[in-house]
Design a protein around this ligand. Structure first.
Ligand code: NAP
Length: 353
């Protein structure tokens, strides 16, 4: 592909918005044409208004862009949304109605029966909901949603096991980084030297979103997969990366050796493997006794792979394991870019001549 596709970022000044700017700066298919944020930032130079927190230099071309208000039209057929959820709902709908493909990280439309909740490696077929959504609402664009950051890592890691043995019961306890709360997020006096055993709405999101992602398409939307999820979510004093300890029970008996083989052999469909953001393999296994760890394992697959370790028998359910995923890359901006790549590769968004 020669000419790159112009794209816009809604909520470009926030934690996830900045990750979009970084990931799209050298993207082979996309070029950031507009950055947008709240009325407080609109009209100002992006480089002046953003509290840039990425550990790379902000590209000068992006720094020089004037922040736009979050109202259509903005340039390009794709709008990435990293908006505050309190504002996102009507803004994302307005962009879809104006013809944009909105790939969103917000919670607002995830459980809408017409909106695909996508992990490309897991449920490519749910893309068909886009056609129903457009027909049903009569708008030329569409909304496509990313799951919440902990769900994205959890479901990708368990996908090979679910496909082989059928998940029945899942117990998960998370240790979630502060960047998951956006900027400025959790007050330092609340989190330094501490653990907060509550993240508002997160347990419910993990329980319902995982079942939608692994569900099957029915006439009225997705029929959720039939398994029970018990989630315990905790905010810990790491910067990036959500670590989770999991016990899982399956419909068919599975040994740790069989599970390890399935995790190691797992590959995405060729329609996903070919996308620039897709990691190979999507699930990395590290059976060293003290891995995975956020500081050492988070950048695997450029933040798009999840790492699984400590796969062992569970005396209550079938298996125990530990998993790690990057919350702002696989759990947010990186996977949204991968979904947009899928739209292009599947011919749903046209490439410039
Ligand atoms: P954040 O750092 O608080 O950024 C929020 C963004 O929304 C900023 O760009 C802000 O612009 C903009 N905004 C706020 N109110 C607005 C309004 N009324 N109109 C237009 N723009 C407005 O949040 P974040 O962590 O990046 O998260 C963004 C979204 O992604 C949230 O919905 C979050 O739940 C979701 N998410 C986050 C993560 C994560 O790991 N952080 C992972 C998955 C999903 P100003 O700077 O101008 O205020």
């Amino acid at each position: 592909m020669t000419a790159r596709i112009p794209v816009s970022i809604l909520g470009a000044t926030g934690t996830v918005g900045q990750k979009f700017v970084r990931l799209l700066a050298d993207h082979p298919w996309f070029e950031v044409a507009a950055v947008a944020a709240s009325a407080a930032s609109a009209g100002k130079r992006y480089g002046d208004v953003v509290r840039w927190r990425e550990p790379v230099v902000l590209p000068e071309r992006i720094a020089a862009l004037t922040v736009q208000p979050c109202a259509p039209p903005l340039p390009g057929p794709i709008a990435f949304s990293a908006l505050d959820a309190d504002a996102a709902g009507p803004i994302e709908q307005a962009f879809a109605a104006a013809g944009a493909h909105v790939v969103t990280n917000t919670r607002n439309h995830r459980m809408d029966p017409g909106v695909p909740l996508l992990i490309p490696e897991a449920n490519l077929d749910h893309l068909a909901l886009v056609d129903r959504q457009r027909d049903g609402r009569g708008w030329p664009g569409a909304i496509l949603a990313n799951p919440n950051c902990s769900t994205a890592a959890l479901v990708l890691a368990l996908l090979p096991l679910h496909r082989a043995w059928g998940l029945e019961k899942l117990f998960v306890s998370t240790m979630q980084a502060v960047s998951g709360a956006g900027y400025p997020g959790v007050a330092s006096l609340d989190i330094l030297g501490n653990i907060v055993p509550f993240i508002g709405g997160e347990e419910e999101k993990m329980e319902r979103e995982s079942r939608k992602i692994l569900g099957t398409l029915g006439p009225d939307g997705v029929i959720p997969a039939e398994f029970a999820v018990s989630a315990h979510t905790n905010r810990v004093a790491t910067v990036d990366g959500h670590l989770m300890t999991v016990s899982a029970g399956f419909r068919t008996r599975v040994t740790p050796e069989q599970a390890l083989a399935a995790l190691r052999d797992f590959r995405a469909s060729p329609r996903v493997v070919c996308l620039p953001s897709s990691p190979t393999p999507p699930v990395e296994v590290d059976m060293r006794a003290d891995r995975p760890q956020p500081r050492l394992d988070l950048e695997r697959g450029r933040g798009m792979a999840v790492t699984v370790g400590r796969v062992r028998p569970c005396p209550i359910l079938d298996l125990r394991l530990v998993l790690l995923g990057h919350n702002t890359i696989r759990g947010a901006a990186g996977q949204a870019v991968q979904i947009a790549e899928l739209l292009v590769a599947e011919g749903r968004v046209e490439r410039p001549a």
